[in-house]
Design a protein around this ligand. Structure first.
Ligand SMILES: [Mg+2]
Length: 233
């Protein structure tokens, strides 16, 4: 036996399934220029990886030296989303091994969910590339009270699937996302994309999803859960 399968696998989207963080790079730089600022400092860009729209917009306004009035925040968010939509519509590149893992999990009959900080409109555009048939549920950042790093999106996904969050394996690429999944009590497989991700008690890591497969997934899940699962031997 390779290990116990998780009750469900919960996938982050940007930087985990698809390499959309590269497209966010472009739309953020474009929007900062539109605000009269720029270039986008690496440190400021890193802050926004895995974050929600409001946080990204406020970071851009701060970097541009523009006061974050309600109107400015709304206008900037609209510009950023429109620019990102244009880029998403041209198609999204898969992260290595991500599609193969979705196929394998689907084939094994393990439920999967998409759990993203990105809003529903952009997520639905991305799902044109990713496909909707893999997921028994999809939860977006604008559908819960608090986006990642709060656990809300993960708790909601587990609720929709009818499973305990602690029985799930989440796959994440960012510190923000890994913190959200861990706060929900899920085991987290960290596969970094743009920025380094610190270790944590419920975290395991790999450089890539390529070659993992469902047996590998079960092994990772069981290894992380082992210290607290069952009596000591
Ligand atoms: Mg991500």
């Amino acid at each position: 036996m390779p290990g116990d399968m998780p009750a469900a696998v919960l996938f982050d989207m940007d930087g985990t399934l698809v390499d959309s963080e590269k497209l966010w790079d472009r739309s953020l730089v474009d929007t900062l220029g539109w605000l009269g600022g720029g270039p986008l400092r690496d440190e400021a860009r890193r802050e926004t990886v895995g974050g929600n729209l409001d946080f990204s917009v406020r970071t851009l306004l701060r970097e541009a030296g523009v006061e974050a009035t309600p109107t400015r925040v709304a206008d900037t968010a609209a510009h950023l989303v429109a620019r990102t939509e244009e880029l998403f519509l041209r198609g999204l590149p898969w992260r290595p091994g991500a599609r193969e893992l979705l196929v394998a999990i689907h084939g094994a009959g393990v439920p999967a969910a998409l759990v993203t900080n990105t809003g529903r409109r952009l997520t639905d555009l991305a799902l044109r590339t990713i496909g909707t048939g893999w997921f028994a549920a999809t939860v977006c950042g604008d559908e819960v009270a608090h986006g990642k790093p709060a656990p809300d999106v993960y708790l909601r996904a587990a609720e929709l699937l009818g499973v305990a969050p602690g029985d799930c394996l989440a796959v994440e690429d960012s510190p923000t996302g890994a913190a959200a999944a861990e706060a929900a009590g899920a085991v987290v497989l960290v596969v970094p994309c743009e920025v380094p991700v610190p270790d944590g008690p419920l975290r395991t890591r790999r450089d890539t999803l390529a070659g993992l497969g469902v047996d590998g997934l079960a092994r990772l899940f069981t290894d992380v859960r082992a210290p607290s699962a069952g009596p000591a031997r």
